[in-house]
Design a protein around this ligand. Structure first.
Ligand code: PBG
Length: 321
């Protein structure tokens, strides 16, 4: 025997010195769900251990994340029913919950990187990411609203806007409005390889944003396709994206790798709500070791090529490192 593979596996110290992939706190983006009110902390039923917080408690949470070494948050808001419509009116309100949340978080921890979700679904009476006309999600009218929405996020102090809507041309429209209004330092993290996925179910419970009719297959990607994801990602790069995203993560590791090898900007991956729920549910049944499942999943996503990982396990992972 001239090659002994077991040498590099002999002890935990040896395994550590040859480890190719090491997670660090700055790998993580912590998604936060924000609701109106004061002192509100509501557990999301399909995401045990994860909460919607009012602004006051969100600020506390952000301070804790920062103290743990987590450098980036991704904000989502739950819009009250009476403010939902088919125009995205409350999405572009300079005094809307998202805009107030951005200010509050930036005031509390100025250095933390604030990213914001840009899409109409939480604000839409139809639960779709865009404006609906005759049962269809119309592209160009939506893109204009998304650009306007992004501008209000920039004005409130966001560092990156993260369009998750999958309308054509939105990255260019957002870059252009940011330039017109002198926001040269606000970046775009584009959800470029975003698939129409069943794994978003718990998130839609969290924000009460499930589509009221149909599905999102006319704008999100078909999970059968990888080349289509690469094409759309390269277009986002051309349109001015600073970071591109693959979403979900674990079922799309091949897509993460392909994109990582094809672009020269950072690649993020979103370990989504359904991926969180699967681990939580199996752990609750005693079928999986939760902590081990978390670290193995996140390490695999990074090994596949993700430079950044948005995950509901950000805090747990940092505690486990
Ligand atoms: C909204 C949006 C969704 C997610 C992030 N932004 C849901 C969707 O597209 O239906 C999903 C995140 C998750 O499941 O954790 N456009």
């Amino acid at each position: 025997m001239i090659r002994r593979n077991r040498i590099l596996k002999t002890s935990s110290a040896i395994r550590a010195i040859v480890a190719e992939t090491i997670l660090t706190p700055s790998d993580f983006i912590a998604p936060l769900f924000i609701v109106e009110g004061e002192n509100v902390k509501e557990e999301i039923s399909s995401m045990p251990g994860y909460f919607r917080h009012s602004l006051d408690l969100t600020v506390k949470e952000v301070k804790e994340l920062w103290s743990m070494g987590i450098k980036c948050v991704l904000l989502f808001i739950k819009c009250p029913d009476h403010l939902k419509d088919n125009t995205g009116k409350s999405a572009t309100d300079p005094n809307g919950l998202m805009q107030r949340a951005i200010k509050a978080v930036k005031d509390a921890v100025p250095e933390i990187v604030v990213m914001t979700d840009v899409a109409l679904d939480p604000y839409s009476s139809y639960g779709h990411d865009g404006i609906v006309e005759n049962g269809e999600i119309v592209n160009d009218a939506t893109t204009e609203v998304l650009a306007q929405m992004s501008l209000t996020h920039a004005q409130a102090g966001a560092d990156f806007v993260a369009p998750s809507d999958k309308m054509d041309g939105r990255t260019a429209a957002i870059r252009s409005i940011l330039e017109q209004h002198s926001f040269p330092k606000v970046g775009i993290m584009a959800y470029s390889a975003k698939y129409a996925s069943c794994f978003y179910g718990p998130f839609r419970d969290a924000l009460d944003s499930a589509p009221g009719f149909g599905d999102k297959k006319t704008y999100q990607l078909d999970f059968a396709n990888a080349k289509q994801a690469l094409k759309e990602t390269l277009m986002d790069v051309d349109e001015g994206a600073d970071i591109v995203m693959v979403k979900p993560a674990l079922a799309y590791l091949d897509v993460i790798r392909t994109i990582k090898d094809s672009v020269n900007i950072p690649v993020s991956a979103y370990h989504v709500s359904g991926e969180y729920a699967m681990i939580k549910a199996a752990a609750k049944m005693g079928w999986l070791d939760e902590n081990k499942a978390i670290i193995e999943s996140l390490t695999s996503i990074k090994r596949a090529g993700a430079d950044l990982i948005a995950t509901y396990f950000a805090k747990d992972a940092v505690r486990l490192l």
